[in-house]
Design a protein around this ligand. Structure first.
Ligand code: SF4
Ligand code: SF4
Length: 147
């Protein structure tokens, strides 16, 4: 086993997530929409409010609460907009929703703590990490059998 440079790991992660993502049906999962507190900016709130033909302040009162600093978060979990396993505002969903699980962005190694958090939540993250372990030859030869 040998540690790889972070940029090399990123390249492997990009390739793996590109191959793995199309094999996962997010509509059969929805775990991110069910279990994460999605961050929302004021501009995003106004945009979704306009799409729903709601007053932005009423929208914020109804759906959002204050997060860290200036950030706001959805106040309900599962997300209010998750309906019948689909996002009811899909075309207008928030940047954090579009980005998740963010395996296509650089910095896998430095952001690993977030992927560790999502390992048991997101099948894309789980399978990418498992495939990465094989790619990096990071398995020990004799895996203990506890059965
Ligand atoms: S948790 Fe991952 S696999 Fe599940 S819906 Fe979200 S992005 Fe898709
Ligand atoms: S806005 Fe849509 S994509 Fe984002 S968490 Fe809610 S249901 Fe999921």
């Amino acid at each position: 086993m040998q540690a790889l440079p972070a940029a090399e790991i990123d390249e492997k992660v990009f390739a793996l997530q590109e191959a793995i993502t199309p094999q996962i049906d997010c509509q059969q999962c929805g775990n991110c929409c069910k279990t994460l507190m999605i961050q929302v900016t004021a501009a995003e709130a106004s945009s979704v409010a306009a799409h729903l033909q709601q007053d932005p302040h009423q929208f914020m009162d109804a759906y959002l609460e204050k997060g860290i600093g200036e950030q706001m978060i959805m106040q309900s979990m599962p997300c209010t907009f998750l309906q019948n396993r689909s996002c009811s505002i899909y075309e207008h969903r928030f940047a954090g929703c579009k980005e998740f699980p963010a395996l296509h962005l650089p910095g896998f190694t430095s952001r690993f703590f977030t992927f560790a958090m999502h390992y048991g939540r997101c099948p894309i993250v789980f399978n990418t990490i498992e495939a990465l372990k094989i790619e990096c030859d990071f398995f020990i030869k004799d895996v203990p059998n506890t059965h």
